[in-house]
Design a protein around this ligand. Structure first.
Ligand code: SF4
Length: 433
């Protein structure tokens, strides 16, 4: 497996790989422009099909969710907001009693709910509503039919993708215990069902049968964890979830993230190497989809090679994305911002990222905007709040939120991922004609 474990030399147009340990990180602490962790509910509720996310929050939280997930308006929703009114915030009512009433009404009306998350927000935190005690109290009342957990998605405690991390971390202590001798692979991080199915087929084809996914699609099919569990992270923002899994005896398999052909190959190879999969079985399993990915990327390489790129910190996907765009598409990352840098997760990525790219952690948005304006990148990846003003200034932007909502992992999505960056450039060219 040696050929596949490390990513091989960069393809044309790339700079020398940097050492993860020697790289200087620009650390910034200032005003930041990032969504709160409630946003994760948008993709989590689609994945866990018998879960419900009850936000204990304000009308602002409800509006955020309504506009972010507007497409769900005609469906039977699997998230909602228990709106705290002024009298709740002023402590004039017993918020716990109100919450119990809302939960009772919800579960009576929706017997399909098997897993209920009470999701904390800024207002519930400000009045110090103890949702973990509420979850315990309600669990005692409704289990075993419904399991009730809690986590915080508030903007005080979490940014954007940290909501998923907090949600999955809350699930880990409830996962069943695996037998100590069971050796299994656990893929962690929400993936679109179609991507999960592709990965499962690839693992099966190479001879790896005991593969589980967290989160599972249903509350009663969540994975079992034990000392023989080895974890491949499908998403880079899962620090707390990984810690919780380690407390259950699981071990992390370091790997680049499965973005692009190289990233996907190295990610799969990390599991194959650990489980002693034969090289020829590995090669045979990946050959066809790997070739499809290479072919799909060739087209976008012609369009995007040499274009410069500036990524504002948002989803924590920025470093793997920059690595993919640099190595496989030939783009030039100028600055790669990330809200937090987990060096253990990112070491395999940073080793491959050009030394000429500034890696920044945290944000001081005004200073970063100044650097971006000075650099005049061909594409700027940023949150919705920054995109419009930068477009007005003549910069071409890509909304980072799309990269979380769109299936981008794996071989068959490599071309789609590249296209997400080609599209804004084509749009601007058309506008300029
Ligand atoms: S949790 Fe906080 S930041 Fe998020 S929508 Fe509610 S009030 Fe706003």
């Amino acid at each position: 497996m040696n050929e596949m474990a490390p990513i091989q030399a960069p393809t044309a147009g790339c700079a020398t790989p940097a050492s993860a340990t020697g790289r200087e990180i620009l650390k910034e602490r200032g005003q930041r422009e990032v969504f709160c962790g409630l946003t994760g509910i948008i993709w989590l509720h689609r994945k866990i099909q018998d879960a419900f996310f009850l936000i204990v929050g304000s009308r602002t939280c409800a509006h955020l969710m309504q506009s972010a997930a507007g497409v769900m308006i005609f469906a039977e929703p699997r998230f909602g907001t228990a709106i705290m009114e002024e009298k709740d915030l002023a402590g004039l009512t017993d918020a716990n009693e109100e919450l119990d009433r809302v939960v009772a009404r919800l579960l009576e009306r929706r017997p399909d709910i098997k897993l209920l998350f009470l999701v904390g927000s800024c207002p519930s935190e400000v009045i110090k509503l103890d949702l973990s005690r509420a979850a315990e109290r309600l669990s005692a009342q409704y289990s075993p039919d419904v399991r009730i957990l809690n986590y915080s998605g508030s903007g005080i405690e979490t940014t954007f993708t940290e909501g998923e991390d907090a949600c999955l971390a809350s699930l880990v202590p409830t996962l069943p215990e695996a037998a100590p001798e069971r050796q299994s692979l656990l893929v962690v991080g929400t993936l679109a069902d179609v991507v999960e199915d592709q990965f499962r087929r690839l693992f099966t084809a190479m001879g790896l049968d005991d593969v589980q996914f967290l989160p599972a699609r249903n509350a009663n099919t969540m994975p079992a964890i034990g000392p023989g569990t080895r974890v491949l992270l499908a998403q880079p923002f899962l620090t707390e979830t990984m810690r919780a899994l380690q407390r259950r005896g699981a071990e992390h398999l370091p790997a680049p993230f499965p973005l692009g052909e190289e990233g996907t190959t190295a990610w799969l190879a990390a599991a194959a190497t650990h489980f002693g999969i034969d090289q020829s079985a590995f090669d045979a399993a990946i050959e066809a989809p790997r070739n499809r990915a290479r072919k799909a990327l060739g087209r976008y390489r012609e369009q995007l090679a040499g274009k410069s790129l500036f990524l504002f910190p948002d989803s924590q996907l920025e470093i793997p994305l920059a690595r993919f765009l640099q190595r496989e598409i030939g783009m030039q990352p100028l600055e790669v911002g990330t809200p937090f840098l987990n060096k253990a997760f990112m070491a395999p990525e940073l080793e491959q990222l050009t030394e000429t790219a500034v890696v920044s952690e945290g944000q001081d948005v005004e200073r970063q905007l100044d650097r971006c304006r000075d650099a005049r990148p061909d594409i700027t990846v940023c949150g919705l709040g920054l995109a419009n003003p930068l477009e007005v200034e003549g910069l071409t932007t890509k909304w980072s939120i799309e990269l979380v909502f769109t299936p981008i992992q794996g071989y068959d999505q490599a071309g789609d991922l590249a296209e997400l960056f080609a599209r804004p450039l084509v749009r601007r060219t058309r506008l300029e004609v």
